[in-house]
Write a protein of this length. Structure first.
Length: 260
């Protein structure tokens, strides 16, 4: 989702400072860019560029190089950027509203799970006011190989790591559809990577079909997964397509908050 916003009350000097920083970011090098170069490329007066750079220099947002009084980005920006993840962690204030919206849209159970010691742990669950619902509980631990949430984490594993997982975990045929064959799981994970969603087709619990989408952080790593559980009796091809689209959008919204 592209961020597109025009300030209602723009501060011109600040805008020019940001334009300078962005230009150095996109076109700079270890040798830096001179005031003359920035003035020409950004169509700003040299005196304006000089005053802005002087202020940015005071805050270590830029630094001077040894080449012709040129400037490059400074460590002050990096130090600020390092604190961003601390303010964009996976917390309930962020994901619960998104999960509630999904639940209201489909009137089905929505779950959020994280990876922990080779299993999925459910950390949040939002349920509709319906008689037939999933029996998954917050805090429940589920196997990676038999759940839609778990397959998202397996999809990031290397082939060798998936094999190691299959060799060390006690695999159980929880239902007739549970995948316990390594080659079949390799094929399943290919589909997950290709489609961007994973499906648990009554593999963990009979009569329950779950669809999950990955949640990424600023390092482009899967840190959680979001799923919708639907009883087989209410599962249709049309509903499946709608769930996939909305689930991907919801997971991406959380991912973008985390810096993806």
């Amino acid at each position: 989702m592209e961020f597109n916003y025009t300030p209602k009350y723009p501060v011109q000097t600040l805008q020019k400072a940001i334009e300078i920083l962005m230009y150095i970011k996109e076109n700079g090098s270890s040798d830096g860019l001179t005031i003359a170069e920035l003035s020409e490329k950004l169509d700003m007066g040299k005196s304006v560029v000089h005053r802005i750079l002087d202020t940015l220099y005071a805050y270590r947002f830029v630094e001077k190089t040894d080449k012709n009084g040129a400037y490059r980005l400074g460590w002050g920006i990096y130090e600020i950027a390092q604190t961003i993840p601390l303010h964009h962690s996976l917390n309930e204030d962020v994901y619960r509203k998104i999960m509630e919206k999904l639940c209201n849209e489909f009137q089905e159970t929505v779950n959020l799970g994280i990876y922990n010691n080779g299993e999925v742990v459910i950390i949040c669950k939002v349920e509709p006011d319906r008689r037939v619902r999933s029996n998954i509980e917050v805090g429940e631990r589920e196997p990676l190989y038999a759940t839609a949430l778990g397959k998202q984490f397996l999809s990031e594993f290397t082939k060798d790591k998936v094999r190691e997982y299959f060799e060390t975990v006690q695999l159980k045929k929880l239902t007739e559809n549970t995948i316990v064959d390594l080659d079949k799981m390799y094929e399943e994970l290919k589909k997950v990577r290709m489609n961007g969603v994973s499906i648990d087709n009554q593999e963990y619990s009979e009569d329950l079909i779950c669809t999950a989408a990955p949640i990424y952080n600023y390092e482009n790593k899967i840190v959680a997964a979001l799923s919708i559980s639907v009883p087989e009796s209410r599962y249709t091809e049309k509903k499946s397509k709608e769930i996939v689209n909305s689930l991907k959008e919801a997971a991406m919204e959380i991912s973008e908050f985390l810096g993806y």
